[in-house]
Design a protein. Structure first.
Length: 170
């Protein structure tokens, strides 16, 4: 009986080792309730006060109020933070939700690409970047905020805000 218990124990360790090795490195965690998160734009963590650049397909001199489309090759993602930093106001919290939508707000423009607008940037997993849609119309220059918001935003959930610079290309 003792050898059977030992064999089951060895088999259990082997199965757990196989499962751990079968999981891809950096596998994304599932967005769930009561989690803290931040937005990620072009691979840069949005948990900062320094704006992240979004390159815009606006060429030559940019006129005030001019809009354009983001250049291809840019990405957006969400990243879980734990334990959270209590000093960061821009940190998001899922509350009871398990979906995060992305919303753009900029001077003279507010563009929603979350589920309320029928958009495509909705996240149910962390660290799984998605392309920034080149179909968006955003300012060619200036600053703005990208909001990563639990869907729906019901207290105690809160959105993560990421400051951005819209930069037209020379």
């Amino acid at each position: 009986m003792r050898s059977l218990g030992r064999a089951v124990g060895v088999l259990g360790v082997a199965v757990l080792t196989w499962a751990a090795l079968s999981t891809p490195a950096g596998a994304a965690g599932v967005v769930g309730p009561k989690q803290f998160f931040t937005g990620v734009i072009n691979g840069k963590d949005g948990n900062t006060t320094i704006p992240i650049t979004i390159k815009m397909a606006c060429f030559g001199p940019v006129r005030p109020g001019q809009t354009g489309h983001p250049m291809s090759g840019q990405t957006v993602a969400v990243h879980q933070l734990f334990p959270p930093s209590s000093t960061t106001a821009s940190l998001g919290e899922t509350g009871g939700d398990s979906t995060i939508g992305v919303f753009f707000a900029a001077p003279a423009s507010a563009v929603s690409i979350g589920p309320a607008a029928g958009g495509t940037l909705v996240f149910t997993r962390y660290d799984k970047p998605k392309p920034l849609p080149t179909s968006l119309t955003l300012p060619c220059s200036g600053t703005g905020t990208v909001w990563f918001s639990p869907i729906p935003v019901v207290p105690p959930s809160r959105s993560a805000s990421v400051p951005v610079d819209f930069v037209g290309q020379p």
